[in-house]
Design a protein around this ligand. Structure first.
Ligand code: 4AD
Ligand code: MG
Length: 440
């Protein structure tokens, strides 16, 4: 006989007053004399299963008694509506079949330190909050891709092993690549997705990206997932409109479809409901003035000289002045990537923007218009101390049919941390990779 269930707990409402078999794991168990309450989870939801001694065989009652936290089993019973139950239904158990008994499950309902939980990440992902969080992650990824697909974007996959740097040379992970020298793990798919843009007009890439960041902040991972749309003929202002539509579509879909998970995480929904276009736009210069004026509002936030980059405290200060995400545009070119188009009216700043999430979750998007002039791009590559030979193919994109174009990258984990209201980015990915974490 197949071990598969009749249905999943998520669909249990369709089976009211019918007998079903559910396969899953015991979340917890309570015994009260002739009654055993089994909280069963199957990945799709949780349901209380009630074993009443007088309704089942002795063998069945004894099987139920043996079950421990995280034991796997199959339970057959009648679905009964119960307004007090979290799922609205309970199962009146008729049969219990043990599939595997678990002894000494390390994560108990009591509080554990985060280090302990991180060491047991492979098991921690079963816990209610982690489960809710990772479902939201899956929804964010699906929402992002489906929204872009519906807008006519084509997914264009870019390589992870690459020969060159795109976002600076100081945080590259390298490896020997046969007889061809060094290969680097991609920091971004952008340069390659620009080639797709010239073929399809509107494209995006989505995949893991890598930064050998020696920083231990709650916003940095060494391996993170990024979705990067790129649009031919789009200029800086078009890019910002696309971003605010994209982000609000994702947030609204999570609100719609993952309300139960947001509830488990105790997320305040009001700030999320306000995530609708237009988002405020602030220039870098205005942001510098704002920081000078209000830096005392946030601890550790110091005024900046023009040309300096923002730290986490500056981003928090700026974000808290607004009720929805805010763009900071036109940063000094000197602190941004080599490929960014200079502002024609003020060449010392770039036609770029960072999108800061509300409520102090920091930058979730970085994007820009790209240099489309081959001579200027070549000059910038040289200024950044990079080799023209390495970027020959990228320069070709400016040699053959070049057009103004723009794009951006949204870090999935940053977006999920913000939307789910999770302080630390390490919980927003199944297996975080950080300076001090490579296990499990
Ligand atoms: O601002 P970044 O570095 O931009 C790029 O990589 C561009 N090539 C994107 C593009 O225009 N196509 O990174 C973009 C986003 C950040 O806003 C942030 O959300 C995320 O990627 N990110 C990180 N997330 C987690 N850990 C890190 N170390 C991250 N670095 C960037
Ligand atoms: Mg950035």
């Amino acid at each position: 006989m197949s071990l598969l269930a009749t249905t999943s707990i998520a669909k249990i409402a369709d089976y009211a007053d019918q007998t079903v078999t559910l396969s899953g794991w015991i979340h917890n168990k309570t015994e009260k004399g002739k009654l055993i309450f089994l909280m069963l989870r199957d990945g799709s939801g949780m349901i209380q299963c009630v074993v009443f001694k007088k309704n089942v065989s002795e063998a069945c009652f004894s099987q139920a008694q043996q079950l421990t936290q995280e034991s796997a089993c199959r339970i057959t019973g009648a679905v009964r509506a119960d307004t007090r139950a979290p799922s609205g239904y309970e199962l009146d158990v008729q049969e219990v079949e043990i599939i595997s008994l678990t002894q000494d499950y390390p994560i108990s309902p009591k509080e554990h330190g985060v280090e302990f939980l991180m060491e047991h990440r492979h098991l921690w992902v079963r816990s209610s909050k982690q489960h809710a969080l990772l479902r939201i992650r899956a929804e964010v990824i699906a929402a992002a891709q489906e929204w872009l697909n519906a807008q006519g974007f084509i997914r264009f996959d870019t390589p992870i092993l690459t020969a060159t740097a795109a976002e600076g040379t100081t945080n590259l992970f390298g490896t020997d690549y046969f007889d061809l020298g060094r290969a680097y793990l991609a920091q971004t798919g952008q340069l390659y997705v620009e080639s797709g843009m010239m073929s399809f007009g509107k494209v995006y890439c989505f995949g893991p990206t890598f930064r050998a960041e020696k920083s231990k902040t709650r916003r940095h991972l060494t391996e993170f997932w990024m979705i990067e749309p790129e649009v031919a003929f789009a200029e800086h202002a078009d890019n910002l409109v696309l971003q605010e539509q994209f982000v609000s579509a994702i947030v609204q879909r999570v609100l719609e479809r993952r309300s139960e998970d947001l509830r488990v995480l105790e997320r305040d929904l009001e700030p999320l409901k306000r995530v609708v276009p237009p988002f405020p736009r602030l220039t870098y210069d205005e942001a510098i003035d704002l920081i000078r004026e209000k830096h005392h509002e946030v601890e550790g936030c110091l005024p900046l000289a023009w040309g300096e980059d923002f730290g986490a405290a500056h981003e928090t200060l700026i974000a808290q002045q607004f009720d929805r995400p805010v763009f900071i545009e036109r940063f000094p070119s000197a602190i941004k990537a080599f490929y960014m188009q200079p502002d024609p009216d003020r060449p010392e700043v770039a036609l770029c923007a960072d999108l800061l999430a509300s409520e102090g979750y920091g930058e979730i998007i970085g994007g820009s218009q790209r240099i489309h002039d081959p001579a200027l791009l070549e000059a910038r590559i040289r200024e950044h101390g990079l080799s023209i030979e390495d970027y020959r193919w990228y320069l070709d994109l400016r040699r053959y049919g070049t057009v103004p174009h723009s794009g951006f990258g949204m870090g999935i984990e940053r977006a999920v941390a913000w939307i789910s209201g999770t302080r630390h980015i390490r919980e927003t990915i199944p297996f975080p990779r950080q300076l001090y974490r490579l296990y499990p």
